[in-house]
Ligand binder design. Structure first.
Ligand code: MD3
Ligand code: FE
Length: 203
């Protein structure tokens, strides 16, 4: 099923369900080389979400700011290559949502444990905002917040479950968004964790 949340935002419920094993295997492969870590914001806070990346560009934050870079700052080595299954999946999801030809160069792996959250923010570290973003939810469910183009617009709440995919493009690309605090729970495939894969074209 396919719902339009707001112009440019498409929810593909359970679109990843048949492929969660391959996607989770990709996460395991990447995080074995580039372990999940809680990065620091420029303001000096430690993020509650643990992150890793794969692909040509990885998103990082530290005291110097938010940015994409080709090396993992923990190892100073290039980020692991994006597993083929992940790259192909992102392209198929973008196609299904009406954004053909998506070629992500970056996949951020977010790991939420109970208590973790992500405050309202915009994704604006990418070069070309005409490129969509594909996000895949795996494991524990969460409530996603989807706001406006200004931080003060009241966000709508969207529950996201294991296998749900959301594609954000066009006029939705710069909307504020966030994730409410993850509640305690156990998922048969991920344990006490929600993973989110966020595919982007950084450059
Ligand atoms: C809506 N991650 O890593 S992905 C992020 O569930 C991030 O981990 C969230 O926001 C998570 O930056 C949500 C969904 C998402 C990504 C980009 C968007 C939603 C968006 C850009 C515009 C509007
Ligand atoms: Fe975001």
């Amino acid at each position: 099923t396919c719902e339009s949340l707001m112009e440019g935002a498409v929810v593909l419920r359970q679109f990843a369900l048949a492929e969660t094993d391959q996607l989770l295997a990709g996460i395991r492969q990447v995080t074995a080389q580039a372990p999940l870590r809680q990065m620091k914001t420029p303001g000096g806070h430690t993020m509650s979400v643990a992150m890793s990346c794969c692909g040509e560009q990885g998103w990082v934050t530290d005291s110097r700011g938010y940015r994409y870079q080709p090396e993992d700052p923990v190892s100073d080595q290039p980020w692991p290559a994006m597993p083929e299954a992940l790259y192909r999946f992102a392209g198929r999801a973008a196609d299904a949502a009406g954004f053909p030809g998506f070629e992500p160069d970056s996949c951020l792996i977010n790991c939420y444990r109970p208590g973790a959250k992500m405050g309202l923010h915009q994704d604006r570290d990418e070069q070309d905002f005409s490129q969509p973003i594909v996000s895949v939810s795996l494991g524990l469910p969460v409530v996603f917040q989807f706001g406006g183009l200004k931080r003060n617009e009241r966000p709508i709440k969207v529950p996201l479950a294991h296998g749900d995919v959301v594609v954000w493009g066009g006029p939705a690309r710069l909307r504020y968004h966030g994730v409410l605090t993850l509640k305690a729970g156990e998922h048969p495939l991920t344990g006490a964790c929600r993973y989110n894969l966020t595919f982007r074209r950084a450059r």
